[in-house]
Design a protein around this ligand. Structure first.
Ligand SMILES: O=C(O)CCC(=O)C(=O)O
Ligand SMILES: [Fe+2]
Length: 342
């Protein structure tokens, strides 16, 4: 259970106002080659340009696997707090209420795992802005007997990574970018710096009708995030005009976030979506997010074909490592990309 002191609760309490429902485009990843796939590629590009957000169906991730991971995660979050704290880094990183290192709080507890195409990553990947657990303990844990939740999460991460690559290939097609793996190679690379996060938002406590921030507003730093949730509402996205809209839950589809690095790779044609989670439900919300990131040393620069007539990049040269370390410094809501603009 997430326990917040009264002062902390005040920090994350929001006025009780529900924004309108978002219209979320659906893209069928299983569309047959030909006109169907071309239409799906166009719909994906339009959604990424307009909202930086959409949902995908026909994704090929087995529903039984999703249910098994969710059930194992729910069992983990139901453990006594002391056991969860003790499990931090054995082999998963557990955290509660604190998001990052700059004082952001939320009505949330979570597990965070670094994943490579070959499986779980040791300590280095845990030096993430979202992971306050002890990296040494994580490294030590990898030699321990297998843990069913970890094994399930690894299987799940492999399936979602394949989907992420499929989405990125469809995007390249829609953008008219060659080769076909111009984007997906960054996430399928053996050195890809990808993460998996499982969030648990306990039911809203009685707070005189007020709502709580589960996860404060932010953009995801990587290339692409693929999110699935257990059908409980709470996710909200911000439009270009700054207005918020609530995402209707869909337990069968995966939601796609354009993240910061993809905004750079497309020279700003796609925008990374600002999003947040507001806890308004009496039901717990469980969400699982795969963050597909590039290798640490990858230079983030717009794809040549997307530079436009002037051939000018909107961003200065930087590596993913540089950008990732910038995310460790500021507040969750900071607009980090602006300091990398030309
Ligand atoms: O839990 C959710 O639905 C979204 C959480 C999120 O935005 C994140 O973990 O980056
Ligand atoms: Fe996010």
């Amino acid at each position: 259970m997430v326990v917040l002191a009264k002062g902390e609760l005040e920090q994350i309490a929001l006025p009780a106002a529900q924004p309108p429902l978002a219209h979320v485009r659906a893209v069928d990843l299983s569309a047959a080659p030909g006109p169907g796939r071309a239409a799906a590629a166009r719909a994906l590009v339009t959604a990424c340009e307009e909202q930086g957000f959409c949902k995908v169906t026909g994704h090929g991730v087995p529903p039984e696997l999703v249910r098994a991971v969710e059930a194992a995660a729910a069992e983990f979050f139901a453990l006594p707090q002391a056991d969860k704290e003790a499990a931090a880094g054995r082999p998963l990183g557990y955290g509660s209420k604190r998001i990052g290192v700059s004082g952001d709080l939320g009505w949330i507890e979570y597990l965070m795992l670094g994943v490579t195409p070959a499986g779980a990553l040791p300590a280095a990947s845990f030096a993430s802005w979202t992971l306050p657990c002890a990296a040494d303990a994580v490294a030590a844990s990898l030699s321990e007997p297998p843990c069913p939740l970890r094994d399930l999460l690894e299987e799940y991460a492999a399936a979602v990574r394949r989907m992420a690559c499929g989405v990125l290939e469809l995007m390249a097609e829609g953008l008219g970018v060659a080769p076909a793996d111009a984007l997906s190679r960054l996430v399928s690379d053996a050195e890809s710096d990808s993460m998996l996060r499982v969030n648990h938002y306990p039911p809203r406590p009685e707070l005189q009708g007020r709502l709580l921030t589960g996860f404060g507003e932010h953009t995801d730093p990587q290339i692409i995030s693929l999110l699935r949730s257990n059908g409980t509402s709470g996710l909200e996205i911000c439009a270009r005009d700054g207005s918020w809209a609530a995402v209707p839950p869909d337990p069968d589809a995966f939601f796609v976030n354009v993240a910061d690095a993809l905004q750079v790779l497309t020279n700003g044609r796609f925008r990374s979506v600002r999003h947040r989670v507001v806890v308004s439900s009496e039901r717990p919300r469980v969400s699982m997010i795969f963050f597909g990131g590039p290798p640490m040393g990858e230079r983030l620069a717009p794809l040549r074909q997307l530079l436009g007539d002037g051939g000018r990049s909107r961003y200065r040269d930087f590596t993913w490592k540089e950008y990732k370390s910038s995310t460790h410094k500021g507040r969750l809501a900071a607009d980090r990309l602006c300091s990398f603009e030309n």
